[in-house]
Each structure stands twice: as C-alpha cells, then as structure tokens.
Design a protein around this ligand. Structure first.
Ligand code: SIN
Length: 290
C-alpha cells in the first residue's frame, strides 16, 4: 500500500488500497481521547475511503465505547442481545464447535431497515481464527458511478423496500435455525415490518451518490411488481458486489475497523470452522437516508 500524498494529513498516516476504497490508518492511539485535529483527520479519511482499519489497538470495552462516542452517538442495535453491562456493544462470537452459519454471511448494510440506519459500524477483533474469517466490503458509490447515465436516470426517483424479516422475522433464517449459536438472536414480529429508502442515496459528507440496497434487507422497489423488483435488484446486487468494487479485509488481533454504512455493503466470510472468532461491535447513529 502507498502512503497517501504527503500533506494530505498532518497528524495521522493513511495507506489507501490501490482502488482508493479502504485504507489503513496508523500513528494514532484509539485508547485515548483524540485531539480535535486528529479526530477530524480520522473522520476525513473514513469519509474518503469508506472503510478504515487501525492495526494494533488493544482496547477495553470502555475504550471501544469511548472511541465510538467520539465519532457520534450510539446507534440502536435491535435483535441481538448486547454484552452484559455494555448495552451498546455486541459480541460477535462463534465457538470452535459451532456449525450454524457465521453471523453476517450475506451482503448487507447494517440495519438499513431502520428509519435512521447507522452511519458507521465499528468492529474490534479480540480473537482472530488462523484461517478464514475475512470481511468483504463493496464500494456502492463507485458501483453507482459506473452505471450508464440511462440507468442512473431510471434509478433516481426509486425507493427500495427494506425489512429485517428475512433474517430476524418470525419466519426468517434465525427463526428456522436448528444448529446451536452462541450469539443470542432475538427473533421478533417487529422485524417483519418494512419501510422504504431512496434506492440511490447521497452521502451527507462527501456528496457522492451510492446504491443503497442489499440482498439481505432490500426486498422490493416501490411501485414495481415482485418480478420486476427481483430483476432490477438482482442486476444491481450482482453489479455492485462484482470483484472490481470489493475490498477484502484480513483481520489481525486487536484491530479496529470502521465502515460507512451509507456507501458500502459488507459480507462476513466463514471458513474457520473448528476455530474461535470473537469481535466486539458498536454502531454510530445516522440520519434519514436522502
Ligand atoms: C457484520 O457486522 O455483519 C459481521 C462482520 C464480521 O463479523 O466480519
């Protein structure tokens, strides 16, 4: 990775991926409150690259919470029991003997079925398996940019329908699960509700447009038949998760990763059966997508 142009940042060092999507940030200690200039450079790098990783950050849960609050207010995390004594931290834990599909194994943007979905998700690695366990991210802004003007024009007025039902609903994947799972999932009728957001949203900081849909949570397009929705969404899902747009994140222990749910989707890859994986996760509140 090449360091970002000298002069771009004064207080941190940023090493972007070749595509510009995803970057590593060093030269900062996230266990302490960040000075205003450092925080604003971290936020600028995050806005620019969508997914930023910070290696070598051994953080306690309190320090993880304190860092999250420097980015913004906590988001609301439904359908998963939080850690005892830490109502805003989820433990993504999979034991070596678990056979249930790993959590997050489908392309999605976190909690996009909420009226104000989280702007950021922050994930901190505690135990990283020796094989597998990568997290894949797709750049939904560049995927949008690469669509033809005709397609962009057609998508502009559309609203996609989002629901948590497929995963957390009363007939969802978790409701039907028979394998043991360590994480405590809360199946709920609430998850079967749906709402709509613009299919293309504009990032409030960068002004860039991005596709705001995912196979896990977006099930239709307002005013379209199911068949039509499936055809158009299916095309867009395949386009936006094509390898040109994907950054594969490889974890090391004590790494913090922060992604922007407004312009990315992610997919937690499995491949580590027989090994423990433990991550701690917080979210930062976002705005009504527009
Ligand atoms: C998720 O937040 O969807 C899971 C990410 C991961 O475990 O890598």
């Amino acid at each position: 990775m090449l360091k970002e142009a000298a002069g771009a940042y004064r207080t941190i060092q940023v090493f972007p991926q070749e595509s510009g999507f995803g970057a590593e940030i060093v030269g900062v200690d996230l266990s302490r409150p960040l000075a205003p200039e450092v925080l604003s450079e971290v936020k600028a790098a995050w806005a620019r690259h969508g997914v930023v990783s910070f290696p070598d950050q051994p953080l306690s849960l309190n320090e993880l919470e304190a860092f999250t609050l420097q980015i913004g207010r906590f988001g609301v995390d439904p359908f998963i029991a939080p850690m005892p004594g830490h109502p805003n931290v989820l433990e993504l834990r999979r034991e070596p003997d678990e056979k249930a599909t790993n959590f997050g194994a489908g392309w999605h943007s976190d909690w996009s079925f909420q009226p104000k979905p989280p702007a950021a998700t922050i994930l901190h690695s505690e135990v990283v398996p020796p094989v597998g366990g990568d997290t894949l991210f797709a750049d939904c802004a560049r995927a949008y940019d690469d669509l033809s003007p005709g397609m962009q024009k057609m998508l502009a007025p559309l609203r996609a329908v989002h629901s948590a039902g497929f995963a957390y609903g009363t007939k969802g994947v978790f409701a039907r699960e028979t394998e043991k799972r360590t994480m405590q999932i809360i199946v709920s009728e609430e998850a079967d509700k749906s709402l709509s957001h613009p299919l293309v949203r504009t990032h409030p900081v960068t002004g860039r447009k991005a596709l705001y849909i995912s196979p896990v949570y977006s099930h239709g397009i307002e005013g379209f038949s199911l068949k039509e929705s499936r055809a158009l969404l299916g095309f867009l899902f395949e386009h936006m998760t094509g390898e040109d747009y994907v950054y594969r994140h490889k974890w090391k222990p004590k790494m913090l990763l922060m992604w922007d749910n407004r312009c990315t989707v992610h997919f937690a890859e499995g491949g580590y059966d027989g090994h423990l994986r433990v991550m701690h996760r917080t979210t930062v509140a976002g705005e009504v997508p527009a």
